[in-house]
Design a protein around this ligand. Structure first.
Ligand SMILES: *[C@@H]1O[C@H](CO)[C@@H](O)[C@H](O)[C@H]1NC(C)=O
Ligand SMILES: *[C@@H]1O[C@H](CO)[C@@H](O)[C@H](O)[C@H]1NC(C)=O
Length: 986
């Protein structure tokens, strides 16, 4: 709902337009000859006395002629004050909100003839709506919208029997108005206009009964009111005058109510952003006055009734983001009927429409806006598209359209927005495609297979604001035509096969640019010392060949990704000036050196910092307490030294901490136990020492990855680690851990999940990550946005599935291998090699049927190899070498294919294939060539690949989240466009 509010800010609301209608006549009256009545003058002065008016808006309120005061109108015969208008209507372009009136409202009871009262858009800071308003009997117009009133709406308003216009809209207010019932409303029998936008009516179950008593009501706005039910079936609908009904953004979960279809005069119906179920009834066809149907973002099923075509006034049809399943050719029928001549805006985005586009598209005579994006459309875009000469916006993105782009699109001379991204389109894009597109501002062709072929002197007819050409083959040179495009806000040339030095002009755009993504090309050269872009929010230069020092960033920057270049020098230049909302700093894999400065902590909105794989050195700053929002910190693969600062423990939202592969020493600071949201904790490959703290298991209860590998930790493995029920990767290898392996590790429930990966684990995971990475760009307009944003703390975890690994190798662990480990059915890797483990292998090891690699080598295990091992059908790597195992090697299943004898070497008493037959009592190890430990290298490679990947994953989720913000931008952008268009028709 918050999100909705934001979008709607862009909508010049119909209310305001209506308001202006009231306003204009009152402004034109000349009142110079009027004499003010003393009692009314006194009341007004008392009223002024109660108000706080820091900017003297009421400075004209002095002297005796109150009829000339600002906001006052007197009747030209009786000389009574009839209108008090202190509404503040310059919210969007006037001075700051502090200009508005606040304070107390004294009763205006002496103004007995007042019929018009407007206090809208003031700032009364949560005070109640004064009850005396209900005593101003003559009121016909009452506007208290967005005036900062809060609390319960006084039922006394129900006494205003002459009231025609009531506006209690609180959409822009900080304070919430509510009503527990609307009984009082039912007395307002003259009411024509009622706006209660964002008033909390969650408890007003009688809302429909109340409005059903209003015989002349024409406009009803109840959006954002937390309404849940349309009505009980008992109500007989009575609302015959209603022309405009807005119940959007409530919580209706039922089918469309029957009473709706009795409203024969209804022109506009807006029920978007609810959870309305069921199919779209044919009954719409009877509502012949309908001009606007907005049902976006509900849960409607089934097809589009062809009877909709019979609505001869229909201008806007928005059924986007439902579950409509139909053949898109239904539009052929609709276009051939009445609505084909009137429909201006048609939005069916985000449904399950199938079928092909075809020539019927051109039968819509006045279509300006067509959105069929995010459906299941196939086939090619017909050349007849060039005949929809009225078209201004066309979205066909996120379908499976193929073939080439018809050159006829170059005829759409009014076209402003063209989005066919995320399809399977291909072919050459030439200047013919843009021939007459002088109005084009938004071009989104990304994620197809287009090849650009423009002559080098082409002068585009347009000035673009959004340039989305991801994955179009634009290169190898920077397109010269782009040089003259100077108005763009968004430029996405990622994956464009550009192999060129960055031209100077790309850095010289100043005012407008908001997003620059030229990632994944082979662009070389240096970036200027200071990026000028004044409004740049997102810059992605990743995976190019940029070199030289990092640039200074503009204050507006929020997100940078410079991964995979050759930037050098320190990170100081980035921070040359204060950045206000800097949240994502991603400079992985460059050659940045020097220290991490304290000044990094000045960026309080920092959400993800990833400086991994550089040459950073020195100690970490201690100022982390300032970065309270930090969720991901990745400093892996640098040359950092010193102790891990305990101030990291203040980061209570931290979810990923990677300090691996540096030279940190000392113990893990106890303060880290406050990082209770941690999911990934990786301090492997350092010089850390001391015991593994018990608080890891006791406090970091969300951990999924714990990696302490290759340090100097000693002591026992704390049994408390088994409290980490979400743990999927436990890597303690390469330390000096001693004692037994705690049997309780067999209780870690996340490792006991036995979901079998559908494809090979790596591919699944990488695919998931890649698709999420590539899914943004000017087309990354997504209907799932709202959900994603709501669940953003949940969303990113869903891809890290089905990985489970325990690696305790290269320690000095002793005792038996606890048979409980065989309860971890989901394990894919179990490595206990290089310890001093004794006793037998667990008999039930065959239960670990997902196990892909098993390494018990270089211990002192004895006894025979359990025959259940032959049940490990996924096993691709087995190493039992250098133990004291004896007896016959089990056979069968996967073991047949694991026939390299070296996996059993160093067990003098083992026999059977692939070693020598048991009957022959010879020593065989001497006869076998000792291989250069290739297997164990492979295993290491494999595991480090898993871990490396998983380590990288948490960087990716940062990007994922940021994509939402990118999406948000686009979404907001396109959405506001639609809203602006549609509100123009209201
Ligand atoms: C003012 O008075 C004149 C004549 O008495 C009347 O015709 C006119 O409608 C009045 N104007 C208003 C705004 O009431
Ligand atoms: C487009 O895809 C359809 C199948 O969906 C296929 O039959 C057709 O040949 C394809 N056309 C082109 C031009 O690739």
């Amino acid at each position: 709902m918050e999100l909705q509010k934001k979008f709607l800010i862009f909508v010049p609301s119909a209310q305001l337009i209506f308001l202006l209608g009231f306003l204009i006549p009152t402004l034109c009256i000349n009142q110079s000859k009027l004499r003010c009545r003393e009692s009314e003058r006194a009341a007004l002065l008392e009223f002024k006395e109660g108000l706080r008016d820091p900017h003297s808006l009421l400075s004209s309120w002095e002297g005796s002629e109150c009829c000339n005061w600002r906001g006052i109108i007197c009747d030209n015969e009786t000389q009574h004050v009839v209108s008090l208008d202190l509404g503040y209507r310059h919210l969007f372009d006037g001075p700051s909100t502090s200009w508005r009136l606040s304070g107390e409202i004294t009763p205006l009871l002496s103004l007995k003839h007042l019929n018009y009262l407007d206090l809208s858009f003031n700032d009364f800071r949560g005070i109640d709506i004064p009850e005396f308003i209900g005593s101003i009997q003559g009121l016909s117009y009452l506007n208290l919208s967005n005036a900062g009133f809060g609390g319960r709406i006084p039922s006394q308003i129900g006494n205003l029997s002459r009231l025609q216009y009531l506006d209690l809209n609180s959409f822009y207010s900080w304070y919430t108005l509510y009503a527990d019932d609307l009984q009082w409303l039912s007395h307002l029998s003259s009411l024509r206009y009622l706006d209660m936008n964002s008033v909390n009516l969650a408890n007003a179950d009688d809302w429909f009964y109340a409005i059903n008593m209003l015989p002349v009501l024409s406009v009803l706005y109840f959006p954002n009111c937390q309404l849940k039910e349309f009505t009980t079936p008992l109500a007989v609908p009575n609302l015959t005058s209603l022309a405009s009904l807005d119940l959007s953004n409530n919580q209706f979960v039922s089918m469309l109510p029957n009473w709706l279809f009795n409203m024969s005069k209804l022109e506009c119906i807006n029920l978007q952003f609810n959870q309305i179920r069921g199919s779209i009834p044919d009954a719409f066809a009877n509502m012949t006055s309908l001009e606007v149907i907005q049902l976006r973002k509900n849960e409607l099923l089934g097809g589009i009734p062809q009877s909709i075509g019979k609505l001869c006034n229909l201008r806007i049809l928005d059924l986007s983001s439902n579950n409509i399943t139909d053949d898109v050719s239904i539009l052929a029928t609709i276009s051939s009927e009445c609505a084909g001549g009137t429909l201006e805006i048609l939005n069916l985005r985000g449904n399950n429409l199938v079928g092909n586009l075809s020539d019927w598209l051109a039968h819509f005579k006045v279509l300006t806006y067509l959105d069929l994006g995010s459906n299941l459309l196939q086939g090619s875009i017909p050349a007849s598209i060039g005949n929809i000469s009225t078209l201004r916006s066309l979205f066909l993105s996120q379908n499976t359209l193929n073939g080439t782009l018809p050159e006829t699109m170059g005829q759409l001379s009014r076209l402003n927005l063209f989005d066919v991204s995320h399809n399977s389109l291909s072919g050459i894009i030439s200047q013919v495609h843009f021939q007459n597109l002088s109005k084009l501002e938004h071009l989104s062709l990304g994620s197809n297979s287009f090849v650009f072929n423009m002559s080098s002197d082409w002068e585009p007819p347009f000035r673009l604001r959004l340039i989305g050409l991801r994955r179009c083959r634009i290169g190898p040179k920077f397109p010269p035509w782009l040089k003259k495009q100077r108005d763009y806000n968004i430029l996405d040339l990622s994956y464009a096969e550009i192999n060129d030095t960055a031209p100077d002009w790309i850095w010289n755009y100043d005012q407008h640019i908001f997003l620059l993504d030229i990632s994944h090309n082979q662009i070389a050269g240096e970036v200027p010392g200071r990026l000028k872009y004044a409004s740049m929010s997102i810059i992605d230069l990743s995976f190019n060949q940029f070199e030289g020092p990092l640039p200074g960033l503009p204050a507006s920057i929020e997100y940078i990704d410079f991964t995979g270049n050759a930037f050098s020098g320190t990170i100081f230049p980035l921070f040359a000036q204060p950045m206000l909302i800097f949240s994502h700093l991603i400079i992985t894999d460059n050659i940045i050196n020097g220290t991490i400065p304290d000044s990094i902590c000045n960026y309080l909105d920092m959400f993800v910092i990833d400086l991994s794989s550089n040459l950073l050195s020195g100690e970490l700053p201690e100022c982390w307490a300032d970065l309270g929002d930090l969720s991901g910190l990745n400093l892996a693969n640098n040359k950092l030294t010193g102790k891990i600062p305990s101030s990291l423990g203040t980061l209570s939202w931290l979810q990923a901490l990677h300090l691996n592969n540096n030279s940190f020493h000392g113990e893990l600071p106890t303060a880290l136990k406050s990082c209770t949201m941690l999911i990934t904790f990786d301090v492997g490959d350092n010089k850390l020492s001391g015991e593994i703290p018990t608080w890891i298991g006791e406090s970091l209860l969300y951990l999924r990855i714990l990696r302490l590998r290759s340090n100097m930790f000693n002591g026992n493995i704390p049994a408390q680690l088994s409290l980490l029920t979400s743990l999927q990767i436990l890597d303690l290898a390469g330390n000096k851990l001693s004692g037994n392996i705690p049997s309780s590790l067999g209780n870690i429930s996340a490792m006991a999940q036995t979901h079998k990966p559908e494809a090979r684990m790596m591919e699944v995971l990488q695919g998931a990550v890649q698709s999420s990475l590539h899914n943004y760009g000017p087309s990354g307009y997504s209907d799932t946005l709202v959900l994603v944003t709501k669940g953003r703390k949940m969303e990113y975890t869903k891809n890290l599935q089905y990985v489970a690994s325990i690696d305790l190798s290269e320690n000095i662990l002793s005792g038996n291998i606890p048979h409980q480990l065989a309860n971890l059915y989901g394990l894919q890797n179990l490595n206990l090699s290089g310890n001093k483990l004794t006793g037998k292998m667990p008999e039930n090891i065959g239960q670990l049927e997902l196990l892909e690699s098993l390494d018990f080598s270089r211990n002192n295990l004895s006894g025979s190899i359990p025959s259940s091992i032959s049940l490990l059908t996924s096993l691709s790597l087995l190493n039992l070498s250098y133990n004291n195992l004896s007896g016959r090697i089990p056979t069968g299943h996967q073991l047949q294919t694991l026939n390299d004898p070296s996996m059993y070497i160093g067990n003098s008493a083992l026999c059977g294939p692939p070693l020598e037959e048991c009957e022959q009592n010879e020593t065989h190890s001497a006869t076998l060539p000792i291989k250069d430990d290739e297997e164990s290298k492979m295993l290491e490679f494999y595991i480090s690949m898993i871990l490396g990947f998983v380590a990288g994953f948490w960087v990716v989720w940062g990007i994922l989240l940021s994509i939402d913000s990118v999406r948000y931008a686009y979404f907001e952008f396109t959405d506001s466009l639609l809203e602006r268009l549609s509100s123009a028709f209201r």
